[in-house]
Design a binder for this molecule. Structure first.
Ligand code: UD1
Length: 422
């Protein structure tokens, strides 16, 4: 198992190219099931989550590989085993995004029920309700969801909001299934995340008829067939936000390339309010901080609100603020595994229900810490860059799920991170 040894504090400088979006790539890879033949996606990051979904697609009957230029090719000519195995789904919850496209393509699918994870229960009731509305018969058998469409899928008006707002992968599942349904589907309270807009744009390139893209009301006119496509995924806004926080926590200036600021205005707004500058340029932006970190209050929300996937990294940043901040988690109220670990690094965080009170401290101190989930681990790396001494982050495999060799991007900028196998 790999660990990181991070020497701090460091100052960063220079320019870094960000990868394509993991969360856009995953449902888009699943979407290729809908169009028999070979599709290719440019910009898909080399991450363990992508490898897991590739393996799952291969189990279904597809062929997945990288072409010489790095594009990810999915050949879905054959899909003859519509089963999402427990052994794979338990490794990555996002595997559930095969449910909608498999149902539309094969008329029957079995996918292991995803369990909970480090950030909470994570139900899939809305995915199932949406697919049932399109005509699927769904039951749970031996831990597997068995979905069938004896009469095919038929378009419907569906309200997809839940107690925590919209659902990203639930929207992806229903949207993908609806592209091949008979007639018109309207998804109300659809997720507006840029990754869903990107998926919808990709589906349209494959011949789907989706309008309202980027809004909470998606309208899908069902078509008979979709065709394979070539498509480039959008840049990863969560990786971008993590590097922005890295610049801010280390009092540095960084240029981010392949970054779409328009997808990140809630994050940019918070960075500015804590005293960082964010300037747009041709291919991305320049982020810098020189003065003190001002405290800020953050509430996570579905897009266009502040993303839950950057909550942990911003708690790390605010832990060095000149004053007290409050961070409220409205998407995954239990997503606070990093709090106890950051406190081990001399942060002063108090968790109270779905909120954390962040009392700013003058400095963080190195400690051995445990990565618990993808974004929580990124927060520990950021804290390690700013802390005095050598921080050891255990269970780095969590970080590798969502960041392409993060140490190889941070070290040329001035970080001192070594990866060791223990
Ligand atoms: C996706 C992202 C994840 C991000 C999350 C929220 C991917 C691969 N993952 O996860 O990184 O943190 O969006 O932006 O894109 N809910 C229900 N019932 C459901 C589905 C969800 O109650 O059927 C609840 C969840 O428990 C949560 C909220 O809705 O409280 C949002 O979850 P959702 O948007 O579905 O997250 P994911 O799509 O799994």
């Amino acid at each position: 198992m790999d660990v990181f040894r991070i020497e701090g504090p460091v100052q960063l400088s220079g320019s870094v190219a960000l990868s394509g979006s993991k969360n856009a790539s995953l449902p888009m890879m699943a979407a290729m099931i809908l169009a028999p033949g070979e599709s290719s996606l440019a910009g898909v990051p080399r991450l363990s989550d992508i490898a897991v979904l590739s393996e799952l697609l291969e189990q279904l009957g597809c062929r997945v590989d990288r072409s010489a230029n790095g594009d990810l090719r999915v050949d879905s000519t054959t899909v003859d085993n519509p089963v999402g195995d427990y052994e794979i789904v338990r490794k990555m919850r996002a595997s559930i995004c095969i449910l909608g496209p498999l149902l539309a393509r094969c008329g029957r699918v079995e996918v292991s029920m995803p369990g909970g994870c480090a950030i909470g229960d994570r139900p899939i009731n809305l995915h199932l309700r949406g697919l049932q509305a399109l005509g699927a018969r769904i039951r749970v058998e031996n831990g597997y969801i068995v979905a069938e469409t004896p009469k095919g899928l038929t378009g419907k008006e569906i309200f997809l909001g839940g107690s925590f707002g919209s659902t990203v992968l639930g929207t992806a599942n229903v949207l993908m299934a609806a592209t091949l349904a008979k007639g018109r589907t309207v998804i109300e309270s659809a997720a507006c995340e840029p990754e869903i807009a990107d998926l919808a744009n990709c589906l349209n390139k494959m011949g789907a008829k989706i309008s309202g893209i980027g809004s909470p009301r998606l309208i899908i006119e069902g078509v008979k067939v979709l065709r394979p496509a070539q498509y480039r995924v959008i840049p990863d806004r969560i990786e971008a936000g993590t590097f922005m926080a890295a610049a801010a926590i280390t009092k540095s200036e960084l240029k981010l390339r392949n970054c779409r600021l328009d997808d990140m205005m809630a994050v940019v707004d918070k960075l500015r309010s804590i005293g960082a500058t964010v300037e747009r340029d041709a291919d991305g932006c320049v982020v810098a901080r020189s003065g003190a970190i001002k405290p800020a209050d953050i509430t996570t929300q579905p897009y266009p609100g502040f993303p839950t996937d950057l909550q942990a990294q911003f708690i790390a940043l605010l832990s060095l603020a000149d004053g007290n901040s409050v961070v409220i988690e409205k998407v995954f109220p239990d997503r606070f595994m990093h709090v106890a670990e950051l406190n081990r690094m001399a942060a002063n965080l108090l968790k109270e229900g779905p909120a954390v009170i962040v009392a700013g401290v003058k400095k963080l101190m190195a400690a051995p810490v445990m990565a618990s989930d993808l974004r929580a681990s990124a927060a520990l790396v950021l804290a390690g860059l700013a802390a005095e001494g050598t921080t050891t982050v255990n269970r780095v495999y969590h970080i590798d799920r969502g960041y392409e060799r993060i140490e190889e991007k941070l070290n040329p900028l001035g970080a001192k991170i070594t990866r060791e196998s223990v």
